[in-house]
Design a protein around this ligand. Structure first.
Ligand SMILES: *Cc1c(COP(=O)(O)O)cnc(C)c1O
Length: 227
């Protein structure tokens, strides 16, 4: 370990190299994975170097925190894409639709309906991902794999959402590979292009199994400060 903490920009470069190797091993195109830099809890000063280094895709898990932190950064870097990767309550749908570019965590009919209504109202068509609870964990958000097909169809056909893909968070302490493979399989049978899967610890595995977006927090910004 060196004394100087590596900068977010250095970390991004190193992760991009690892991903490129993983993609080459899997026979995938070198640019087929986008790094979503998960900047939750980190303040604007910590995020700025990543923006200055040219990174433009970020993930936040709380609507309120993103609304407080991002407007000045986005004014400076208007081509930034902000992705909501945390649970969304229906009473925050209005703000979320007004602010984010992509919502990755559509996980129940009530939310799908509220998003559709609000996008209609605001005349915006955000891309959405459907969160699948690949481990069928009772405490975890997401649609059970057994209900995924019907829910994906409902989001598209009944609610008219712009469903771009699927997202998952595998159970802690389990081999993530079968979960990534399951997500890829469900997406494939619906012709969905985006797969948001893989975090700091397992992003290269995800890249080999078809991820188009890996969500990296700690690997870029270091340990999250506790408040
Ligand atoms: C925090 C978070 C991440 C990033 O996790 P790291 O282990 O820090 O890379 C990814 N996805 C979601 C949904 C998160 O909440």
């Amino acid at each position: 370990m060196t004394n100087a903490a590596p900068s977010p920009a250095d970390n991004l470069r190193l992760i991009a190299e690892d991903l490129k190797t993983a993609l080459a091993n899997a026979g995938r195109a070198p640019d087929s994975v986008t790094i979503t830099a998960v900047s939750k809890v980190h303040d604007a000063a910590r995020i700025l170097p990543a923006l200055e280094a040219g990174h433009r895709v970020f993930g936040e898990n709380r609507v309120q925190e993103a609304l407080q932190k991002w407007p000045p950064l986005r004014d400076q870097f208007p081509d930034t894409e902000l992705r909501l990767i945390g649970p969304l309550q229906t009473n925050k749908v209005k703000e979320a639709v007004g602010f984010f570019d992509v919502i990755e965590t559509v996980d129940r009919p009530k939310l799908a309906k509220a998003l559709a209504t609000e996008m209609d109202k605001q005349q915006k068509t955000l891309g959405v991902l459907i969160q699948i609870n690949t481990g069928d964990e009772p405490q975890k958000a997401g649609i059970a794999p057994a209900e995924a097909d019907a829910f994906i169809a409902a989001c598209r056909d009944d609610f008219g959402l712009n469903v771009q893909g699927l997202m998952c968070i595998p159970p802690v302490g389990e081999d993530p590979a079968p979960h990534f493979a399951l997500l890829a399989k469900i997406a494939a049978r619906h012709g969905l292009a985006q797969l948001s899967m893989g975090m700091s610890a397992d992003c290269t595995i995800a890249a080999q199994l078809g991820a188009t977006h890996v969500r990296i927090g700690t690997g870029i910004f270091g340990m999250r400060p506790t408040k």
